[in-house]
Design a protein around this ligand. Structure first.
Ligand SMILES: [Zn+2]
Length: 449
């Protein structure tokens, strides 16, 4: 016993050390910077934080961060790394597993280089990409996939063409990227299959959408029993359900069925905020939905049915931002990009900017860090692939997922890598200049100091 203990202690001493010195810390939760601090990373965790010098071994890597801000790595709470577009029917009819895998690989690297050390995938990806990232075979963020979208016939993840017979096998179905579920039994079967295939939580399509073919955005898809069935399966894995919910009735129904993560939630109001608090729930919203130029997007402008839906949706969603300011609820960052790597890079940068425009720098920094960390941890003790420590915060014991930004994001938010333009924007660089260093799990992936 004594020999084993000694060996373990020696091994602990040998963990690689990285010392950040003279950094200003944004810790993910407080509206302040801790000036001129020292942060020691040992292995893949933050080992100590001090306003005085920290002693390290001779072989420690020392990084001087004078004038830089150390923040938690960013967390994307709603992406679709496999979905390259150009449209959902095009992917259903002619995209193969190779195309999806290659796109997902490139998206994963792009996300990490934009400062996102964690991504939660909101449908269309199983466990393979995560296994490859975590094994070090490809470069990417920590990754929380949802498996196949669970959607009713004619719902928001029914990507088949108009003439597809009911129950016919689809491309998305074969690859377990989207499954049609029209009964409690089907929800049970495909929800369980998602966890079998590597999902860390489930995604249920409970409302319709704007650019999809068959579903009015106001649709209440799935019965309360079906949604509750998804929640029960997730619960049996110690995890949770995220639901694509637009209408107030859909959001309230989801919360009352046990859904913990409301996606989009455009008709959010103070009553919903109260219910969210009672249930311990979160919301993620793509703020591009409130962009003044939304109706100019080609996928909307050029399709009369989508344009009509977008106009009625915009009118119904106009109180979201005032309501979120009046009755704040825990809100995580969401981009929801479906498209090429370059297009998604632009959309991410623009989504960062809109967060600051609508909610200011501190709320946006929390949204990008600590709130996302709490949200992904809902995947529970045995489905969470990263259960040993906290994400989204700078504190002793947390995972060493950190960025060094060239300036103070609470005063100049653009240092997080914002973009001024969405459609028509120029191609963005592989990584923003102002993100000087990217560390995930104690490993440095970028250092331009
Ligand atoms: Zn989505």
């Amino acid at each position: 016993m004594i020999a084993t203990f000694t060996y373990a202690a020696e091994e602990a001493l040998a963990l690689p050390q990285t010392l950040f010195q003279n950094v200003d810390i944004f810790n993910g939760t407080e509206n302040t910077l801790y000036q001129d601090h020292f942060v020691l990373v040992e292995g893949n965790k933050i080992a100590s934080i001090s306003d005085a010098a920290i002693e390290v071994r001779e072989d420690a890597v020392i990084i001087d961060g004078s004038g830089k801000t150390l923040t938690p790595g960013f967390i994307e709470a709603h992406a679709h790394l496999m979905l390259m577009g150009p449209s959902l029917p095009a992917m259903e009819s002619s995209v193969t597993w190779e195309d999806f895998a290659i796109h997902g690989t490139r998206m994963a690297e792009m996300y990490l280089m934009q400062g996102f050390t964690t991504v939660r995938d909101a449908g269309g990806a199983n466990g393979g990409l995560r296994r490859a990232i975590d094994a070090g075979q490809i470069v990417g963020p920590r990754y929380y996939p949802s498996g196949a979208f669970l959607s009713t016939r004619g719902g928001h993840a029914d990507f088949a063409n108009y003439t597809a017979p009911v129950g016919e096998q689809t491309n998305f179905g074969r690859l377990n990227m989207a499954q049609e579920v029209d009964s409690v039994a089907e929800v049970n079967k495909f929800a369980r299959n998602n966890f079998r295939m590597g999902a860390t939580q489930l995604k249920y399509m409970q409302s319709g959408g704007v650019v999809s073919a068959f579903d009015p955005w106001q649709l209440l898809a799935g019965s309360p029993e079906e949604i509750a069935a998804a929640v029960a399966v997730a619960d049996s894995y110690g995890s949770y359900v995220m639901a694509h919910s637009y209408r107030k009735e859909a959001i309230i129904g989801a919360l009352n069925s046990g859904v913990r993560s409301i996606e989009h939630g455009f008709m959010f109001d103070c009553e919903i905020s109260d219910l969210m608090k009672e249930k311990g729930a979160y919301i993620t919203t793509n703020l591009t939905a409130f962009d003044p130029n939304l109706l100019e997007i080609p996928a909307i402008k050029n399709v009369p049915a989508s344009l009509a839906k977008a106009k009625s949706a915009s009118a119904a969603f106009e109180d979201y931002i005032p309501n979120m300011k009046k009755c704040p609820a825990p809100r995580a960052f969401q981009t929801d990009c479906v498209g090429s790597v370059d297009a998604c890079n632009i959309q991410i940068a623009y989504e960062k900017k809109l967060n600051n425009d609508f909610f200011g720098a501190f709320e946006s920094m929390k949204t990008l860090t600590s709130v996302g960390g709490e949200l992904v941890a809902l995947s529970g003790d045995f489905m969470n692939p990263y259960p040993e420590a906290k994400l989204g915060v700078i504190e002793v014991g947390a995972y060493a997922d950190v960025l060094l930004l060239d300036g103070n994001p609470l005063e100049d938010f653009s240092v997080v890598g914002t973009g001024e333009k969405w459609f028509g924007a120029e191609k963005r660089p592989e990584s923003p200049d102002s993100i000087k260093l990217i560390m995930k799990d104690g490993v440095i992936y970028k250092n331009s100091l």
